[in-house]
Design a protein around this ligand. Sequence first.
Ligand code: CA
Length: 237
Amino acid sequence: MTNNKYKILLVEDETNIRSMMTTMLGAADYQVIPAETCALAKTLFASYRPDLVLLDLGLPDMDGMRFLEAVRQESLTPIIVLSARSDERDKVLALDAGANDYVTKPFGSAELLARIRTTLRNYRHSADSGKLPSGRFQVGELVIDYDARQVFIQGEEIKLTQTEYNIVALLSEHCGKMMTYSAIIKGVWGYPNGGSIKNLQVNMANIRKKFGAKPGETWYITNELGVGYRMNGDNGE
Ligand code: CA
């Protein structure tokens, strides 16, 4: 059923990477629409209305960030940035401009496919609900009761402050997505004050302690230094 496949617009100027990814995504049953320039990507985006965009930032005719901004002016179509840039600032800029996630080159196919699945799932979820979260959230042994504003691990309630709860709830609503410091600060405190990053980190350290996570151990929340935090999905995605 060809017309049931997810359509992915792949914006990548390097021929080898583009054809390798086209093959890999095709094998994973996605319909791939390849584009090697921003200009072509804009045309194809308008005519195909893809379900997801994979976007290289270093493109010959324009910076991929311009395409990202152009798409965000008219739609919430999920965008995963393919970044060769190791600079955290670029990742933060892309996420704050509305990218849903990013992967850093070189990446493995398993990693990329996992990110695509998570991003599509989160997008469907947010499109379905579109309201304040209610009910329960569960990932692994972690359960959040949004109505009672309570958090449990292995059935034990974790006593959080209001701010700590708000941080955990916000990350869970965007489970699987890397959220920048400023996006979290804006969501929790209501203003993007750079000086609050320290405050956020202190709160996060307390949450980590209350969750019983040992230093260096993988837990429910991943920190990427200089970028932000991500609540991990079911498969540690
Ligand atoms: Ca490139």
